[in-house]
Design a protein around this ligand. Sequence first.
Ligand SMILES: Cc1cc2nc3c(=O)[nH]c(=O)nc-3n(C[C@H](O)[C@H](O)[C@H](O)COP(=O)(O)O)c2cc1C
Length: 162
Amino acid sequence: MRTPALPFDSSTFRRTLGMFATGITVITARARDGSLIGLTVNSFNSVSLTPPLVVWSLANTSTALAELEACEYYAINVLAADQEALSNLFASKAADRFANVAWEPGLGGAPVLADCCAVFEVRNTLRHPGGDHVMFVGEVERCDRTERAPLIFFNGRYCQLS
Ligand SMILES: Cc1cc2nc3c(=O)[nH]c(=O)nc-3n(C[C@H](O)[C@H](O)[C@H](O)COP(=O)(O)O)c2cc1C
């Protein structure tokens, strides 16, 4: 039997969203003072092929909100199956999340993480408020991919393709 329509609690909503399997990305950017920003995000998706647009959303409570709104470019690093530790690191409150992480500078100085599945380097074109998040829509100016298998997130857990 189907559940009744509204109201449903946020835990039901969250657990239902969790049935949509996603990859895991780390969004990275360079702040105005030159410091590095990075956080784990699975709300990434495609928007348009021509022009090449992508979307992801950032919690209004993120410590990185002001700098991510201000930066000209950010990178979307798609994690590989063996990069679960990086996902946990960039979802943590660690002071310097980049201390032991290999990266090289991409467009706008945004850190491009080593050994990912893929990376999109994105111009920070448009932001739109969306409830307790801000939606970021960006134009991809460079993208690279490898043959590495992706890290998958499903039902609140990391998984691998088999
Ligand atoms: C699998 C996974 C997916 C996440 N996806 C998002 C997301 O799409 N947007 C978001 O704002 N936070 C997301 N988070 C939470 C952030 O990574 C986490 O809150 C991070 O510590 C934020 O740090 P900050 O407040 O310094 O930005 C996700 C965390 C995990 C583990």
